[in-house]
Design a protein around this ligand. Structure first.
Ligand code: ZN
Length: 278
């Protein structure tokens, strides 16, 4: 029922993202800084993207749930049988638990994005612990299970925090490798083009379900990514598909002078088509 309404409302943006580029840039609510670089030692805790063998990607929506935009987004996802991951803010979880329940019913993943969206990297441990514990409890109260993933607001978190948060809460820390900067409200067309151009197999795509232009961009974004063959899974599903990077081609080490017969190229393992290198 509401599906029809969504399609008629979003119809203008449905087929392509090549509509007018000029859009407003109101209310800069900075969400993103640069992604934290990953320097794993021991089991990997932080992920910007995942090496997978196949056209799998995870799209993530931060800062919700939002009273109207998140349900609208859920309609769009359901119509395409796509799964997403929602990094929710605890304050909004207690406001809209029914929306979270619906998201879970429809196969999406719920993950923590702190209670009040502070810059965790600049906070003391006690404050960070409170932010995460309250959110963990609110998600458990809403959907019956605790999250296993966390994304720090602004991608801001220290190496030391990552370790104790992982030890205390069991969370893996999820950043992203595709960032359309949609919080700057560059217009639906730009959001769509940035995501479609930058997404690779194993990508973790960042977007926000609290900005109307982001939701307007999604029909074209989803359709174009699906046309390119991408398949959408939750972040946990993507992490479960992680494969070690293939060994580098042996070009850096010269084989000990085994002169190949003329016309025969040395055999190198062919990389799987479409696999990224990082
Ligand atoms: Zn955020």
């Amino acid at each position: 029922m509401s599906l029809l309404r969504i399609f008629s409302l979003g119809g203008f943006f449905f087929l392509t993202c090549q509509f007018a580029l000029a859009q407003s840039n109101s209310s800069p609510t900075p969400e993103t800084t640069r992604p934290v670089s990953v320097t794993p030692s021991g089991p990997q805790i932080t992920f910007n993207s995942v090496h997978v063998e196949g056209p799998y990607v995870a799209i993530t929506f931060d800062d919700g749930p939002h009273a109207t935009l998140t349900p609208k987004l859920l309609d769009l996802l359901a119509a395409r049988k796509m799964k997403a991951t929602f990094f929710v803010v605890g304050e909004n979880v207690v406001e809209y638990p029914e929306i979270l329940k619906r998201a879970v019913r429809e196969g999406h993943e719920i993950a923590s994005h702190s209670w009040s969206h502070p810059n965790l990297g600049k906070m003391g441990d006690d404050g960070v612990r409170r932010e995460l514990q309250k959110t963990d409890d609110a998600i458990k109260a809403a959907i019956g299970v605790r999250p296993t993933l966390m994304r720090p607001p602004y991608g801001s978190i220290t190496a030391r925090q990552k370790i104790w948060i992982n030890e205390s809460f069991g969370y893996r820390i999820i950043i992203w490798d595709v960032d359309p900067l949609d919080w700057k409200r560059p217009g639906p067309s730009a959001v769509c083009q940035r995501i479609v151009n930058e997404t690779r197999p194993g990508s973790i795509i960042l977007a926000h379900d609290i900005h109307p232009p982001t939701i307007e961009a999604m029909p074209a974004t989803f359709d174009q990514l699906q046309e390119k063959g991408f398949k959408f899974v939750t972040v946990s599903e993507l992490l479960a598909m992680a494969r070690p990077l293939p060994p580098k081609p042996a070009s850096t080490v010269r084989p000990p002078r085994a002169a190949p017969a003329a016309g025969t190229a040395p055999a190198a393992p062919a990389p799987a088509p479409g696999t990224p290198n990082g």
